[in-house]
Each structure stands twice: as structure tokens, then as C-alpha cells.
Design a binder for this molecule. Structure first.
Ligand code: PMP
Length: 360
């Protein structure tokens, strides 16, 4: 444990708790509530005493619905699915199941804050690939980074913290490279629903061996309910489910019933709302900041206009604006993450501060 620092995002959260009226653009979760019918399904499950363990692979109705969806999308002969305790739970199981000590795992820098710790936990070695300044994937760089010890590539699009969505061609090239080299491709698709300009494309479309980790946290605003799922080749999924028996045991049962109800809810109005928030932020600061176009998720990752990102963010926090310095997600301390999962009025206050701070 001495090798792990606590998440830098938590430190900003702690700061926020002490402020009177913070402009909080630091939060990695939607600001909309769980849909009423989904809340009711959780309440009904609790009242119906569905509060015990479920099977480790998840309750039948949820697992079957998701499996049918997955089959309809990919039509792979060999693709199994089970319910996990959040996307995080699925990621932990995938990495523990796949990576041995000394193996190498490729990630793209900037990365989701959990990835380096997760790789370290398995004893594997992190191999980051720099994606600055546009945060797109250069598959030649990936090819160059592959060695005989490369076990897995951990991929996330739309991405946290940049909000950038890989193009369909990038996804295809990466998927085909992983297939060619027989390297496990783990695709974290938690922001799949938040894709604003182009249709979402999973690498599983091009590589049937892809291990997809997905979840309900962001799409349905239920981060605290800890509900996710994983699908991929049966051999890998069965090992992950086996490990779940000895770790998480199962996802919380009442929320699995709620998840089954959630699949019937159309979240498009919220997604359209978030597209407008993206446009609002980009229009608000795009002329003053170097900013890669965020095509999805609910983040933007502009370059600090002066100083290091740490220095710039300290100044922003003095002005009550909470944002996250990029060094938490990257080897570089040059950019910062804005989350626009906030009411428009809060985004507008944030834009006002950022415009003021653009020139020192
Ligand atoms: N992957 C990414 C890229 C994320 O941003 C997050 C949440 N911040 C997660 C996984 C974890 O999500 P969950 O709540 O489903 O564990």
C-alpha cells in the first residue's frame, strides 16, 4: 500500500467541502437523477425481499436482457456476459484475471485515474502511450510499444479525462492490431451513451476477442448503486466470474432489478442536454484555450494558458472554481479537466472565471 497515493480527485472534493459557494466543475458523475421508474424498481425489489445474494453472474432478467442486446449488436458465436459491481469491479476482475506480474499493459496517456493503480495491483508494468495534443490514437505508436511481454491494452472511448472520442478508423485499427498480435483488448465503454457527433463504435465490432467493460453509473446517474457488466469471449468471462465469487460475490441485488427496469428507459433527452452543455463550454472558452474537441463523455481537457496545470488550478481554486489538474491523469502537468456535468448556471460561472484567468 505504500506504493499507492490516494486519488488526487478526492483531495479536490475535500477542498470543495470547505468552500461556501464553489463552482464545482470537478465531478465525474451526471447531475441528473435516476429516472423515477428505476428508483421505484429498486424500492419494489427491496420491499419484495430481494435483498440477498444473487448468483455471481447476476439475476436472470438483467443478464438475459443485456446478453440479448449484446448478441443483437455483435452476433459473435462466442460472447458471454455477467453482472459486475460497477464498471470498476469489472475492470478489477479483468486485469486480475488477465495480467501476471511482469506482464506489460498498454494504456493511453491521459488515462482514467484508476488504470495505473489497477495495473500496479496485478504486478504488471504500465506502458503509457502519449496521445497529446489531440488525444487521438496513433496505432503505429501502439505497434511500436508492443513487446513479447505485452498482455493487454486498456482502451477507453469516449475518454475520461479528455472527452475525446476515438474515430471509427482508430477503433478498427486498434482492434485489428490487438487481434493480429493476440493481445487482450479491454474496452472501457462506461461513456458509450454520451457520444455526441458520431455513432458509438466498439472495438468488439472488429475484434470478437475484445473484453468490454460497461456499466449503469453514468448513463442512468446511479454511480452509488454499483452496477456494471462485462462481456467477452467465454473463457475470459468465466475466469472473471470465478474471481468475482471470491471478491465482490455479486452486484447489489435490488439494484440489479432496477438495472433491468433502466434498460426500458430512454435517456436520450439527458444526452441531448449534455451535448448542449458540451457546446456551451466549448463556445465559452474555445477562443481563449487550446482545446481538443470533446466528442463525448462530459469532460473537456484544455491546456493551461500559463504556468503548470497545478499552478493554474491553484489560481482557479482561489477563485472558487474547482477543476482537476491533468497531472493526476498523465505524466504531463500541462492541462486540466473540466467536468460539465453541472447545471448551466454553474457552467456559465465557470466560463466567466476561466475567461478572466486566461491571461495572467
Ligand atoms: N471507467 C471510467 C473511464 C470512468 O470514468 C469511471 C468513473 N469515473 C469508471 C470506469 C468507473 O465507473 P463505475 O462507477 O461504474 O465503477
Amino acid at each position: 500500500m505504500a506504493h499507492f497515493d490516494s486519488s488526487g480527485i478526492r483531495k479536490v472534493f475535500d477542498l470543495a467541502a470547505k468552500m461556501k459557494s464553489p463552482i464545482n466543475l470537478s465531478i465525474g458523475q451526471p447531475d441528473f437523477p435516476v429516472p423515477p421508474t428505476v428508483k421505484q424498481a429498486a424500492i419494489d425489489a427491496i420491499h419484495a425481499d430481494k435483498n440477498g445474494y444473487s448468483q455471481t453472474q447476476g439475476i436472470g432478467p438483467l443478464r438475459e436482457k443485456l446478453l440479448a442486446q449484446t448478441q443483437a449488436t455483435f452476433g459473435h458465436a462466442d460472447r458471454d456476459l455477467f453482472i459486475t459491481s460497477g464498471t470498476s469491479g469489472g475492470l478489477v476482475l479483468a486485469m486480475l484475471a488477465l495480467a501476471n506480474p511482469g506482464d506489460e499493459v498498454i494504456v493511453f496517456d491521459p488515462f482514467f485515474v484508476m488504470y495505473p493503480s489497477l495495473v500496479k495491483l496485478t504486478g504488471a508494468v504500465l506502458k503509457p502511450i502519449d496521445t497529446y495534443p489531440d488525444f487521438h490514437i496513433d496505432v503505429n505508436k501502439v505497434r511500436d510499444a508492443i513487446t513479447p511481454r505485452t498482455k493487454a491494452i486498456l482502451f477507453n472511448s469516449p475518454a475520461n479525462p479528455t472527452g475525446v472520442s476515438a474515430t471509427a478508423a482508430e477503433v478498427r485499427d486498434l482492434a485489428e492490431l490487438a487481434a493480429e498480435k493476440n493481445i487482450a483488448l479491454v474496452s472501457d465503454e462506461i461513456y458509450r451513451a454520451f457520444q455526441y457527433d458520431e455513432p458509438f463504435v466498439s472495438p468488439a465490432k472488429f475484434n470478437p476477442q475484445t473484453i468490454v467493460i460497461d456499466g449503469f453509473s453514468k448513463g442512468y446517474g446511479m454511480t452509488g448503486w454499483r452496477l456494471g457488466y462485462a462481456h467477452g469471449p467465454t473463457a475470459v468471462i468465466q475466469e472473471m466470474a470465478k474471481l468475482q465469487q471470491y471478491t465482490f460475490v455479486c452486484a447489489p441485488q435490488p439494484f440489479q432489478w432496477a438495472g433491468a427496469a433502466a434498460l426500458d428507459v430512454d435517456m436520450t433527452p439527458h444526452i441531448n442536454d449534455y451535448r448542449k452543455k458540451r457546446d456551451r463550454l466549448v463556445a465559452g472558452i474555445g477562443d481563449l484555450y487550446e482545446l481538443a474537441t470533446p466528442g463525448g463523455a462530459f469532460y473537456a481537457f484544455p491546456k493551461a494558458p500559463w504556468g503548470t496545470a497545478t499552478e493554474f488550478v491553484a489560481k482557479a481554486i482561489e477563485n472558487e472554481l474547482l477543476i482537476i489538474p491533468g497531472g493526476i491523469f498523465s505524466a504531463r502537468d500541462t492541462h486540466f479537466r473540466i467536468s460539465y456535468a453541472a447545471p448551466d448556471a454553474v457552467i456559465d460561472r465557470g466560463i466567466e472565471v476561466l475567461r478572466r484567468l486566461a491571461k495572467r
